[in-house]
Design a protein around this ligand. Structure first.
Ligand SMILES: Nc1ncnc2c1ncn2[C@@H]1O[C@H](COP(=O)(O)OP(=O)(O)OP(=O)(O)O)[C@@H](O)[C@H]1O
Length: 269
């Protein structure tokens, strides 16, 4: 049913390059905050690539530069061999993007939002209608398509945004925290959809704080902390026999010390 949407646009996946995305020496500072420090990543086509890291590690900043939302200070980002930031504006034609802070036109209904997303990508009315129907079924949103997105729950909003990111059948999906606030049944359904997308040659880059999910779903992983890549590559190599959570703690450090918080047990009233 979803084949039209899930088969990445243009070309034979098998004939495509093995590397879908390369990031070299990517750097970004905000004043004195060095958010991303010379990050290198290699993402292979047809794979799930997970990015994990503590709060403030630079995940969103990195993904924002990859998806053309934020200009890097320096470094190179190539998608299937083409530099994203070669010109004055970023080239992101073959990408579907779920940004971190969703700013949707939420006075539109779900159906109108999908139509808008499809129109922006140059799809005709019939194709948009057909794909919207398929995506709504896949994401469990059929009954909600005629309601304004402002009335959606957080999880439903995430799902309609994800559907909007996929409607043009991009080759590369870049998803910042796609499963945050999404219920477990919907998460499993979305993962199934994404697996079919990857099996057809599409590539998924996603960030998440859920170590279990990243370990279970992703083929490749990068652990980022304080703007730098601490480990990156095939999941099995990065894990080295450990769980992702243990490896993450080993590389990035554990939670902050809780000594000195005795006042919290003094209860004021
Ligand atoms: N627009 C901005 N202006 C100033 N500082 C910023 C801006 N965006 C990000 N930063 C800073 O850059 C660093 C990395 O932030 P980023 O949002 O990339 O982290 P993250 O890994 O996505 O964190 P989280 O897991 O909490 O979402 C942080 O120190 C953050 O405060």
């Amino acid at each position: 049913m979803l084949d039209g949407v899930l088969t990445p646009a243009a070309g034979d996946a098998e004939a495509g390059p093995a590397v879908a995305l390369t990031v070299r020496g990517l750097t970004k500072s905000f004043g004195s905050v060095h958010a991303v420090k010379s990050v290198d990543l290699t993402v292979h086509a047809g794979k799930f690539f997970g990015i994990v890291g503590p709060n403030g590690a630079g995940k969103t900043t990195t993904l924002s530069m990859i998806t053309g939302l934020l200009r890097p200070d320096s470094g190179a980002i190539e998608v299937r061999g083409a530099e994203v930031w070669a010109g004055r504006r970023a080239r992101t034609d073959g990408m579907g993007v779920l940004p971190d802070r969703l700013r949707l036109f939420d006075r539109l209904t779900g159906a109108q939002l999908l139509h808008y997303a499809g129109s922006l990508r140059g799809l005709d009315r019939a194709t948009i209608a057909h794909r919207s129907r398929d995506l709504a079924i896949a994401f469990g949103l059929t009954a909600s398509l005629s309601r304004p997105v402002s009335d959606y729950s957080v999880g439903m909003t995430k799902k309609i945004a994800l559907a909007s990111a996929m409607i043009h059948a991009p080759r590369l999906l870049v998803l910042d925290e796609p499963f945050e606030s999404v219920d477990p049944v919907s998460t499993a359904a979305i993962i199934r959809i994404l697996r079919r997308f990857a099996a057809a040659g599409g590539t998924v880059v996603l960030s998440s704080h859920s170590m279990d999910l990243i370990e279970r779903v992703c083929d490749e992983v990068a652990i980022i902390a304080a703007g730098s890549v601490l480990a990156s590559g095939p999941m099995r190599e990065v894990l080295g026999g450990m769980s992702l959570e243990d490896r993450f703690v080993e590389l990035a450090g554990g939670a902050g010390a809780v000594e000195g918080m005795e006042w919290l047990q003094s209860f004021s009233g």
